[in-house]
Design a protein around this ligand. Structure first.
Ligand code: ROI
Length: 159
């Protein structure tokens, strides 16, 4: 499957290292090849404000895994990196979200794809736009249109 995008976020335990290590772990799967990655971005927390800023990025992969098996792989990587998440919308070591799985639309108890938060989250949309300049997201529309309705909200590219 092509046109598969994963969002990464971290705001604990050396966030940049967490993101880099998760990208390496993804590419280490025989069934997954990372074919593009965005810059790293820093973003103020969405959710409780008494937590550190996040580092975010988006990668494009090519994979032979079906969506639910890909989700298993993402959750395994989160576990291997000792994911900690104590409160709802609180700080976390690493978060891997399946954003887009080609043109597929999935909606069950484990997976909603495209990820419902994409359009409102500048920390997902801007890194996605960097590596998928012309994408039309199923059910959501063209990325230019989504960007024009989504303020950056303090999102900064990390130099
Ligand atoms: N806020 C930002 N800025 N970046 C994230 O990756 C992120 N992830 C989350 C919540 C808690 C919603 N807030 C976030 O899961």
């Amino acid at each position: 499957m092509k046109g598969v995008f994963i969002g990464l976020g971290s705001n604990l335990a050396d966030p940049i290292a967490q993101i880099e290590s998760a990208i390496t772990a993804l590419n280490d799967y025989d069934e997954i090849t990372v074919i593009a990655r965005s810059s790293l971005y820093s973003s103020p927390p969405m959710g409780p404000q008494d937590q550190p800023d996040y580092i975010n990025a988006v990668v494009e992969i090519e994979t032979t895994l079906f969506a639910h098996h890909l989700l298993d792989a993402l959750q395994n990587i989160e576990q291997q990196q000792g994911r900690v998440r104590d409160r709802h919308w609180g700080e976390r070591t690493i978060d891997l979200d399946l954003l887009v799985y080609g043109n597929n639309i999935l909606d069950d108890e484990r997976l909603q794809v495209p990820h419902i938060g994409i359009a409102e989250r500048s920390f997902v949309l801007y890194p996605l736009a960097e590596i998928a300049t012309d994408i039309t997201i199923p059910t959501m529309g063209k990325i230019e249109q989504l960007l024009s309705n989504c303020p950056r909200d303090g999102l900064k590219r990390v130099e």
